[in-house]
Design a protein around this ligand. Structure first.
Ligand code: S3P
Length: 172
């Protein structure tokens, strides 16, 4: 039996945090976010960790976080950084929900947001759009392979996505 956490995976900017908050509002389930856990424990912003120590070091921090989640967390919504899906123990943490969207829709969402500068600057791997698109193309299949359920999120409100997750998650 899988643990009763819900693990939200998907590309940067797809709205994992927003959906987690909508789940809280609709269903009262508390959520945590792997990037927030890393930032609060290191007292550093993700972009500064990348700049100072590099991506590999950040991935090690994600691994530590994944081990902790598996051992300690139940009945929680876990939103994750876009590369967290690589964690070997991912399916032991909970039921995996992939929030799926096209790259173009993600970019559109970010650029049309009023704080788009902040959204971009906090994501080191989204600085170069061509590289980010390559990363997106590479990851699509990997996200799909890891997922227990796939939710197409394009043109849907966070509230409707939250409801769809709960309808689909039964029995997974
Ligand atoms: C990353 C996604 C980011 C953050 C880090 C690396 C990735 O999280 O973990 O910048 O590898 O896709 P978001 O998906 O919340 O932007």
């Amino acid at each position: 039996m899988k643990k009763n956490n819900i693990v939200l995976i998907g590309f940067m900017g797809v709205g994992k945090g927003t959906v987690a908050r909508a789940i809280f509002k609709e269903f009262g389930k508390i959520s945590i976010d792997t990037d927030d856990i890393i930032e609060s424990n290191t007292k550093q912003k993700i972009k500064d960790i990348f700049e100072e120590f590099g991506e590999e070091y950040f991935r090690d921090l994600e691994k530590q976080c994944a081990i902790w989640l598996e051992k300690n967390i139940t009945n929680t919504i876990i939103s994750t950084g876009g590369g967290f899906y690589k964690q070997e123990n991912l399916n032991k943490i909970g039921k995996i929900v992939y929030l799926k969207s096209s790259f173009e829709a993600i970019l559109h969402k970010i650029y049309s947001s009023k704080d788009f500068k902040k959204k971009l600057s906090k994501r080191p791997l989204l600085q170069d759009t061509i590289q980010a698109k390559k990363l997106f193309n590479y990851r699509i299949e990997q996200y799909e392979n890891k997922a227990d359920i796939i939710i197409d999120v394009e043109n849907k409100t966070a509230t409707n996505i939250a409801k769809e997750i709960f309808t689909n998650i039964q029995g997974k």
